[in-house]
Design a protein around this ligand. Structure first.
Ligand code: 2P0
Length: 353
């Protein structure tokens, strides 16, 4: 019972910001993203009756007890659906610069959901897989699909209508996304905590909810029409509105640092020179800049020249979840599994499945 899956990160053009149900990861608003080609997670999962607990290896190291428990709770949801009580070895390799503040929870939970459901023998479609991935991390549901993806928030309390789907039939529009790493200090408010505090305390959150559906509809039509300026305008406006809600929270907080504003100003300067580039920012100081492919080198070169910029990663729309042959060596899953199987060295967490 082993499977290996690969999933890519995604960048939100219209942001997911706020939950209506924290246990089921149901969002307050729908969101829209591009799956990126450059950053991904590969995860191997093997269930076996010989294991006394779940084992989680991250980038070749045994993960902490806290990290392992999070993975275990997520696997519990999959075990419940499958009616199985077996523990698993999860072996995950992140090709995401996490230390640089680029989030890996989307690709991480998308790959884990795909590998675990396959390894346990569930035959499900990508819509259902997206619903399962959502319950590990909201944005993970969008990483099941490639290209431009919309997560429809749904209305039902059980979450069965809250899942991601590709936007129209759009596969072809090959925009460029530059992930700009700025010289950053430690991030203080995690996105999960930040969105909760904003929903509960920010008077500006109502304004966010009032306008986000309109932003989404503009973005959807811009993608279908390949209207880059229309897309860029709404992407920037939506990001600024999301960040404005944090300033009204109690206590207030902001994800931007001086370097963030530096990059914003350089993008605006590019536009004043006629080069169409637009920024968006997630729950951290780094900036993502979208532009058309014909401009990607000039935009990248200019950003690399900004003093506070440490690196610029050039990305394009990437694929959805794929499954890899069990012999794939990147994870060395067989070897690792055998190690845990034979040595029977797993720490025991007394939980009754
Ligand atoms: C997004 N972010 O749409 C938004 C924009 C951050 C800002 O999704 O609590 O890691 O695990 O559901 O998905 C980051 O939040 O949060 C996020 P959880 P997640 O990409």
């Amino acid at each position: 019972m082993e499977a290996i899956a690969k999933a890519h990160t995604n960048i939100a053009l219209i942001k997911y910001w706020g939950k209506r149900d924290e246990a089921l990861f149901l969002p307050m608003n729908s969101s829209l993203s591009i799956t990126l080609d450059k950053f991904y997670t590969t995860t191997a999962v093997q269930f076996c009756s010989c294991l006394k607990e779940d084992v989680f290896l991250l980038n070749g190291q045994l993960a902490s007890e806290d990290e392992t428990l999070k993975i275990s709770h997520f696997l519990d949801k999959i075990r419940d659906i499958a009616g199985q009580k077996l523990y698993a070895v999860v072996n995950s390799v992140n090709k995401v610069p996490t230390a640089a503040g680029f989030a890996s929870s989307a690709s991480g939970y998308a790959a884990l959901a795909a590998a675990a459901t396959k390894a346990i023998g569930l035959e499900i479609d990508n819509k259902t897989l997206s619903q399962i991935a959502r319950q590990g991390s909201g944005s993970a549901c969008r990483s099941i699909f490639g290209g431009y993806v919309e997560w429809q928030k749904g209305e039902k309390t059980d979450g069965t209508d809250s899942f991601a789907k590709p936007v129209g039939n759009e596969q072809e529009w090959n925009l460029s996304i530059l992930s700009v790493l700025v010289a950053s200090k430690q991030k203080k408010v995690l996105s999960r905590e930040g969105m909760k505090r904003t929903v509960e305390t920010s008077p500006f959150y109502a304004g966010w909810l009032e306008t986000v559906e309109k932003d989404l509809s503009l973005a959807r039509s811009a993608i279908n029409e390949h209207d880059f300026e229309k897309l860029g305008d709404v992407v920037e406006a939506n990001a600024l509105k999301m960040h404005a809600t944090t300033l009204g929270a109690n206590p207030p907080f902001m994800y931007w640092q001086s370097a963030t504003i530096d990059v914003i100003e350089h993008v605006q300067e590019l536009r004043s020179k006629g080069i169409k580039a637009y920024f968006t920012i997630d729950a951290g100081p780094n900036v993502k800049v979208i532009c058309q492919q014909k401009d990607e080198q000039v935009v990248r070169d200019l950003l690399l020249n900004v003093d506070s910029v440490e690196d610029v990663y050039l990305c394009h729309p990437g694929p959805g979840v794929t499954y890899l042959p069990a012999s794939t060596t990147e994870n060395g899953s067989k070897l690792l599994f055998n190690r845990f199987h034979q040595a029977n060295c797993a720490r025991t967490i007394s939980r009754n499945l």
